[in-house]
Each structure stands twice: as structure tokens, then as C-alpha cells.
Design a protein around this ligand. Structure first.
Ligand code: COA
Length: 175
């Protein structure tokens, strides 16, 4: 299902839900772009459980990016004293050739919208390498704040920031 169509001054792209035919390409993008790689069952499992929160970006029938999320029950990060549902962004990637065209942002906004609409989440959160300035800038632009640092979170020993924000993401916040 196509969720959104974007036309900007460089390229047109669409955001749609992931389908199982996309699996090989998504795994390829994940391995090309990110050091955190997962076996195919991990992608399939998230698609089965949270199909509305696993989206791809497409240009001329070619997948150029994806976002994969899940929903967790637990202590909220912003409303610290409350329990609730958290939309956890597990993996986000856009291929190098088409970066800085708003694709990562659109994937995130559409995933956040669907996490709220279909799974009723109270907050969104994610982990990000403390050196990953492009991603941190994107998440800050989307209203995420740094909640804490997890020492040695990644396999190579790098620390992670946990970043979170409340749901929903409002259209009026888009800038
Ligand atoms: C992070 C990533 C998904 C961003 O994708 P993208 O499509 O290039 O991002 P967008 O074009 O939507 O950027 C939106 C905003 O984020 C910020 N941003 C994105 N890339 C940035 C960069 N390299 N430097 C500074 N700010 C950046 C900017 O505020 C940008 O808005 P602007 O272009 O109007 O200034 C992409 O760089 C990527 O795939 N990186 C490797 C994988 C990764 O790090 N994933 C996240 C793991 S937590």
C-alpha cells in the first residue's frame, strides 16, 4: 500500500509498506549502509508483527531506504513515571546516492504516524551511535531528545544515545 508520494526539486519518491518481495533489497541496504546487521528472520518477524511500521522508500521502482520498528510495553522515557506503549525504531537506512532529499525524514514521519494510528503508542524511542551526527540531527529535527547514554552498547564498543519523544508526531511540527 502506498502511503505517501513526494515530489521535490531533485527526485520523486514514494513511501509504501514493506512486502516480502522487498526482503533481499532491504537486507542488502542494511548490510551496505549500517554496521548493525540482522538475519532475514529478524526482518520477517518484524514485518509479521508490525507490518504498518515497516516501510520502504522507492524511486523509479527501486528501493532506496527503509525503516523497521516494533512496539514494546514498558516504562516511558518522557512521562517517566508511567507505563505505556513504546514505538521502537529498530533500523533506518537510506542509500548514499539519494541522501539529503528528505527520504529519511519521510520514512520516520510515516512510521511514527502509523505507530500511533495502528498500534497506539505513547512515545517513540531509538538508539543511535553517539558519533552518528547525521542521524542525531535528523532525530532532533523530528523532536527527539537525548534521554541517556548506554556505555558500550554496540559490538565495537561505541556508546549509544537513547533518544525519545512523545506520540503523536503532529503535521504542524514538520519543518
Ligand atoms: C540518517 C539517514 C537515514 C538520513 O537520511 P536522509 O534521507 O539523508 O535524511 P533527510 O534528507 O531526510 O534529512 C532530514 C534532516 O536530517 C538532518 N540531516 C540528515 N543528514 C544530515 C547530515 N549528513 N548532516 C547534518 N544533518 C543531517 C538535516 O536536518 C536534514 O534536513 P535538511 O537536509 O533540510 O538540512 C542517512 O544518513 C543514513 O541512512 N545513514 C546511515 C544509516 C544510519 O545512520 N541510520 C540511522 C541509525 S540510528
Amino acid at each position: 500500500m502506498v502511503i505517501a508520494i513526494f515530489a521535490n526539486n531533485t527526485k520523486n519518491f514514494i513511501i509504501r509498506e514493506f512486502t516480502s518481495e522487498d526482503l533481499d533489497t532491504v537486507i542488502w541496504i542494511n548490510r551496505t549502509v549500517l554496521p548493525e546487521n540482522y538475519p532475514s528472520f529478524f526482518f520477517k518477524m518484524h514485518h509479521e508483527r508490525y507490518p504498518k511500521a515497516f516501510l520502504v522508500a522507492v524511486i523509479n521502482d527501486k528501493i532506496v531506504g527503509y525503516v523497521m520498528c516494533r512496539v514494546e510495553k514498558g516504562r516511558l522515557y518522557i512521562k517517566k513515571d508511567e507505563e505505556g506503549l513504546l514505538g521502537h525504531v529498530i533500523s533506518l537506512a537510506v542509500i548514499n546516492e539519494v541522501r539529503r532529499q528528505g527520504i529519511g525524514k519521510s520514512l520516520m514521519i510515516n512510521a511514527m504516524n502509523n505507530l500511533y494510528k495502528y498500534y497506539n503508542v505513547d512515545e517513540y524511542y531509538l538508539e543511535v551511535r553517539i558519533s552518528n551526527n547525521p542521524a542525531i540531527a535528523l532525530y532532533k529535527k523530528l523532536g527527539f531528545q537525548i534521554i541517556k547514554t548506554i556505555k558500550g552498547y554496540y559490538l565495537d564498543g561505541e556508546d549509544a544515545y537513547v533518544m525519545a519523544r512523545t506520540a503523536p508526531y503532529l503535521e504542524t511540527e514538520d519543518n
